[in-house]
Design a protein around this ligand. Sequence first.
Ligand code: AMP
Length: 214
Amino acid sequence: MNIILLGPPGAGKGTQARYLVDTRNMIQLSTGDMLREAKDSGTEMGKIVADVMARGDLVTDEIVIGLIREKLEGDKAGGFIFDGFPRTLAQADALAELLEEKGEKLDAVVEMQVDDAALVSRITGRSTCGDCGEVYHDETKPWPADGKCTNCGGTTQKRRADDNEDSLKQRLMEYYKKTSPLIGYYYAKGQLSSVDGLGEIDGVRAAISAILDA
Ligand code: AMP
């Protein structure tokens, strides 16, 4: 089963993807994570994308399509979760072609709906464990007082450089200009399902599971 999690920054795509990885043996393909890895390890591509990401702009279609193409060559286990990809119509077309080449198909596109005010507070309070990626929030799930991640015991709390109000404004603008047309695109293809991403994590999980099991 191959699915796309579609939604603005802060909608909870990463959190839900992690759950699907654990429970359904799926593989999370987050282009944001891949780009951050390239940036942190100082590759040529990482250097090219660093400023673009810090501003909250989108990196080129060519770069992200190349990253996804590479990953589709590897193990597919219980299927792929595309998280943060596609973000443009050109990327969506490229994904359809890549899947067809592999004899694969897209089983569902899950749109996670969250209003803008919630996104700002979710993102500006967000941090993750540097070791396992567990997601925390200053108000709703604070980093443990003993300094150790509840999931893995790791001691490095990380915040993303682009999780600040200025970058977020630009990321939201990019989302509405370039990514939100994908909602209509997948609706027209009969592949779109929507969930309310504002509720408790467990409720959102259940809603997504119901779509995938249907
Ligand atoms: P994310 O972790 O998905 O929020 O992505 C972080 C940043 O990486 C975005 O703000 C973009 O600069 C870049 N990025 C991630 N995925 C894509 C994509 N599919 N297309 C273009 N840029 C992307």
